[in-house]
Ligand binder design. Structure first.
Ligand code: FAD
Ligand code: DLZ
Ligand code: SF4
Length: 516
């Protein structure tokens, strides 16, 4: 008799709670490439290749570590296509008396796992996922204690205290929790950014790429440019390259955007952290070390660590705190279809075209492109949140529902009415122009507010604020902006409305059902 330990595709960590066993010869690890997971949305081709390749490499690592691994490939005969179906088949292949698994990251998979004990009439031990700094119980207690609403900044301070990262006793080092004000530079187009770390596909990855090309070749995205780390060793290499070359300037260029520069000083570590190849706390400790050694300034180290023990942990907490209905939130009752150019990149808006191009080529766009270009447009244009969520879940190699959903629903679209963010991240073309070099090569004129050749973000910005006045005008952070709108004369305000309406009429939904 043995224990069956199913390990899911984003649980690729040797210190996974379910793998913490006294005797490895008493258990069988089950890993499953299944059609249901590969197609619940039509993931970017690189995303499927990344997950399958990392899974196959991890299975090798487990075998080397003395575990027996039963690995089901997508094309194996009789693959049932689902986690539950594969556990059932594994129970028929082996002599199993119990199942042990680390909790899944998403409701969909957790719901299935919670049914296993009844379905298979076996004890199922569901262990907490200890690869986060904040446990779900701890987040719940924190959220319950917050009378005035949930805000990342206060959560982040608690995580600093808990981990001791960048702390001097009970106080933050250098006397401040947050150095965001130092982190708002635009980038100089003449800067030489360090190249992205690349990892040549080995035989395992090439096999997987062939599989993806033959089975998912009609999914969105380029496959041949695949160069992601697929093992813990490669991920550590990518981390060290980031710490050496890009972390020192991370803070300063965090919000910047440049034509043709798809990575700037970003870490490109989310795929590895989310798969489990890199431990988030380890990543932060390495960054802190660089600060302690005087190699990076505080604004870079603090800015980076905040993204991980602040934003990433907060986002995960919100996903479980809000519950399954969170994905249905639609505060602004937005109903418009996602325009086709989110898939084709064919639009005269240079900022949008650039963001979609990077997304198609790398299954990656950096945070400000995701938030202030692609997300901002969807917010202003009133795109239905469910369609926006599906798009983000498809196109990014780091996208899992637990992290994609709160970022889209709460951060980009304010579709939860402010449960997560204190105001919508809405911006006109002025913001994009300030933070990028996009506008100088755009067919639209960013300084024109209305009319056919005016930057569409300008009129859409006011159109959005005007049509949601009832829901937003009491937000104290928007008071000054509404006063500006009120100071315009009626004719000017009408020009904004007409200009935005005329633009919105040009939007067309995609011809193909790309997402699902
Ligand atoms: P960097 O910019 O270098 O940041 C360092 C690390 O901080 C990241 O690797 C990541 O682990 C963490 N991080 C930073 N911001 C966030 C955040 N808001 N949420 C969670 N982690 C964060 N991130 C995902 O991992 N998966 C997603 O599906 C995803 N969808 C997003 C959708 C929208 C609309 C927005 C606005 C953001 C989304 N993000 C998502 C967050 C963020 O954009 C990515 O984590 C980041 O761009 C990954 O690139 P990087 O590793 O170069 O990150
Ligand atoms: C995203 C994904 C894909 C595309 N395929 C698989 C798969 O075939 N097998 C697997 O174990 N995991 C896959 N994943 C990741 C899972 O969707 C992820 O582990 C669950 O969402 C857990 O919450
Ligand atoms: Fe984008 Fe407007 Fe600038 Fe064009 S002018 S790049 S649409 S912000």
């Amino acid at each position: 008799m043995a224990t069956l330990i199913p390990v899911l595709g984003d649980q690729l960590s040797l210190d996974l709670s379910s793998l913490d066993v006294e005797d490895r010869s008493d258990c069988i690890v089950l890993m499953m490439e299944v059609w249901d997971e590969a197609t619940y949305v039509r993931h970017h081709q690189q995303k499927i290749a990344l997950i399958f390749s990392a899974m196959r490499h991890f299975a090798e690592e487990l075998r080397e570590g003395g575990y027996e691994v039963d690995y089901v490939k997508l094309d194996d005969d009789d693959n049932s296509g689902s986690f539950t179906g594969e556990v059932e088949r594994a129970l028929a292949r082996h002599d199993i008396d119990a199942i042990r698994i680390t909790e899944a990251g998403e409701y969909r998979v957790m719901d299935a796992i919670e049914g296993w004990s009844d379905t298979f009439e076996l004890p199922v031990d569901i262990r907490p996922d200890t690869r986060f700094v904040c446990s779900l119980d701890e987040f719940t207690a924190w959220a319950q204690s917050r009378d005035g609403g949930l805000r990342m900044e206060y959560f982040y301070r608690d995580m600093r205290r808990k981990t001791g990262l960048l702390m001097d006793g009970d106080e933050p080092v250098e006397g401040r929790w947050n150095f965001d004000h130092e982190n708002r530079d635009s980038a100089d187009p003449d800067t030489d950014f360090p190249p992205r770390p690349t990892f040549e596909p080995d035989a395992i990855t090439r096999d997987v790429m062939d599989l993806v090309a033959s089975r998912f070749g009609n999914h969105f995205g380029d496959l041949e440019s695949f160069t992601w780390p697929v093992t813990a060793a490669e991920a550590k290499d990518a981390l060290e390259q980031f710490l050496d070359h890009r972390l020192p300037c991370f803070g300063a260029t965090q919000d910047a955007m440049l034509t043709g520069e798809d990575f700037l000083n970003h870490a490109l570590l989310s795929t590895s952290i989310n798969l489990g190849l890199l431990d988030p706390l380890y990543v932060c400790e390495r960054a802190e070390r660089r600060y302690n050694d005087g190699k990076v300034p505080i604004e870079a180290a603090e800015g980076f660590i905040r993204q991980i023990i602040g934003w990433r942990e907060y986002i995960r907490g919100i996903y479980w705190w809000e519950g399954e209905g969170y994905g249905e939130e639609n505060y602004f009752d937005a109903k418009r279809d996602l325009p086709d150019f989110y898939w084709t990149g064919e639009t005269d808006m240079h900022c949008m075209a650039e963001a979609v191009r990077a997304t198609r080529e790398h299954a990656y766009a950096h945070h400000i492109q995701r938030l202030m270009v692609l997300g901002n447009f969807a917010l202003l244009a009133g795109i239905e949140p469910r369609q926006v969520q599906d798009w983000y879940l498809v196109v990014y190699a780091d996208a899992y529902e637990w992290v994609e959903m709160p970022n889209v629903v709460g951060m980009a679209l304010f579709a939860d009415g402010g449960a997560m963010a204190s105001k919508p991240y809405a911006a006109s073309g002025n913001y994009i122009n300030k933070m990028s070099d996009y506008c100088s090569s755009c067919r639209y004129n960013v300084s024109k507010k209305t009319g056919e050749d005016a930057c569409p973000f300008n009129a859409l910005y006011w159109h959005f604020l005007d049509r949601h006045r009832d829901k937003l005008s009491s937000n104290h952070r928007l008071g000054r902006i509404y006063s500006n709108w009120d100071r315009m004369d009626d004719a000017r305000r009408q020009e904004y409305r007409d200009s935005a309406d005329a633009f919105l009429k040009t939007l067309t939904p995609p011809q193909e059902p790309w997402a699902r």
